[in-house]
Design a protein. Structure first.
Length: 420
């Protein structure tokens, strides 16, 4: 057990009695979650709301699960590891078997007949959600419509009319599943359990005249629902947002979750590394030498970042120099702290012909530091140069073979054998 977990009254968090039913817990959770939703409060209250929202979610996660609730009622929060998971015992063997064979090899959906163990919970639906760096910086609530399967409201998931009697499926002998051989490699096969396609895993079926008019015997119907996810400030690539119980409904099985894995979209200006941000500071040569005081960058929340340079007369900014602005990086989740903003200096030099007045150039030369002292060496002829060259061809001549220093014999093919 983890004695480091804070002991809190989960029933008090949700404002419910200790005898509350699952439905009462669900209703209390929705009410409390809405009231403490970080996106529903002013900016100044958001951090406190995020802490409250986390407590509400943790309380629901434990109390709506019968096993977790029993552990909590018996041992309190000391029986949990801080994430809402019991800090004792190992994984459920049924879950391991189902994940390896019932779902992994068989490829079918839950709904097996009495001959096979049904999973306690339906499959989760996982998908990637691309989010902008602005939304990760500020936080955002996203609403979207989703279509999912729900238990048929007319037949309550039976698949047939109220007084109709289902027939046992002869294809699977009422088991709802069949054993099949699955190839897992060259010459290697294994037995796996697959859902019976005739009865769709129920082990029974209704004749056409007895099928439910609404779901046509499928036991579920499609429903369109408005869902909402909250992306907290400071969230990062790979974070998962879970909508509990919003997966497809299956008769006699608890619905799975919809899980969104965040994928950070590439940004035109900023690069992120952990809690820090990086951008390029574009300035002119005049600003690098003489200074400036202006907004140099628009931050992710729309604020202008203003810099004044130099801090003392004569300070110069150089190409590639890095400036660090403390506390202007990404926010950390559930914290007032922020990372830092790093700016790499990039200087824009004047275009050719920017100054045609030699007098002005001479004045500029007089102001700037003087040239390097002359190099003492034997005078040579003045050479010409290509001002638009690059290093793409650097070293290419060596690859052609031959050298400017080869002697005449080598240039003529070397010494020849004397005639006999």
């Amino acid at each position: 057990m983890n004695s480091g977990v804070e002991e809190i009254d989960l029933y008090e968090v949700l404002s419910i009695e200790r005898t509350a039913t699952k439905e009462e817990i669900r209703k209390a959770y929705r009410k409390a979650a809405l009231a403490s939703h970080p996106d529903k409060v002013p900016e100044s209250e958001r951090e406190a709301a995020e802490v409250k929202f986390k407590s509400v979610s943790q309380a629901y996660d434990i109390l709506h699960d019968d096993e977790k609730r029993h552990i909590y009622d018996t041992h309190g929060m000391s029986a949990f590891d801080g994430s809402g998971r019991p800090g004792m015992g190992g994984p459920d063997l049924d879950d391991i078997i189902n994940s390896m064979f019932g779902m992994g090899m068989g490829g079918g959906m839950p709904g097996y007949g009495p001959g096979a163990p049904k999973p306690k919970k339906g499959p989760n639906e996982e998908q990637t959600y691309t989010v902008s760096l602005e939304d990760l910086y500020k936080g955002r609530t996203v609403k979207f419509a989703s279509t999912k399967n729900v238990i048929c409201s007319l037949c309550k998931g039976r698949g047939g009319k109220e007084r109709a009697t289902p027939k046992t499926c002869s294809a699977c002998d009422g088991q709802g599943h069949k054993e099949t051989l699955v190839q897992i490699g060259p010459g290697l096969v294994t037995r796996a359990t697959a859902e019976c396609k005739v009865c769709e895993g129920s082990g029974k079926f209704f004749q056409a005249k007895d099928k439910c008019k609404k779901c046509k015997g499928k036991r579920v119907t499609e429903e369109r629902k408005l869902l909402e996810i909250y992306i907290p400030r400071g969230a990062k690539q790979g974070d998962r947002i879970v909508l509990e119980g919003e997966g497809d409904q299956i008769p006699d099985v608890e619905p799975g979750d919809i899980i969104f894995q965040l994928e950070e979209a590439e940004h035109d200006v900023f690069k992120r590394a952990g809690g820090d941000l990086h951008a390029v500071l574009h300035i002119t040569l005049a600003e690098a030498l003489c200074g400036f005081s202006r907004v140099v960058l628009k931050h992710l929340d729309g604020r202008g970042i203003e810099l004044t340079h130099p801090k003392k007369p004569g300070d110069v900014l150089r190409p590639g120099q890095v400036l660090k602005i403390a506390g202007e990086g990404m926010p950390y989740k559930r914290s007032e702290a922020r990372g830092d903003l790093y700016l790499t200096v990039e200087i824009k030099f004047p275009e050719d012909g920017w100054a045609s007045d030699q007098t002005l150039l001479n004045k500029l030369r007089d102001i700037l530091p003087g040239p390097e002292p002359p190099i003492e060496a034997e005078p040579v002829d003045e050479v010409d140069y290509d001002p638009k060259a690059n290093l793409d061809d650097f070293g290419a001549k060596d690859a052609q073979g031959g050298s400017a220093w080869e002697d005449e014999d080598e240039e003529e093919g070397g010494p020849q054998c004397a005639a006999q």
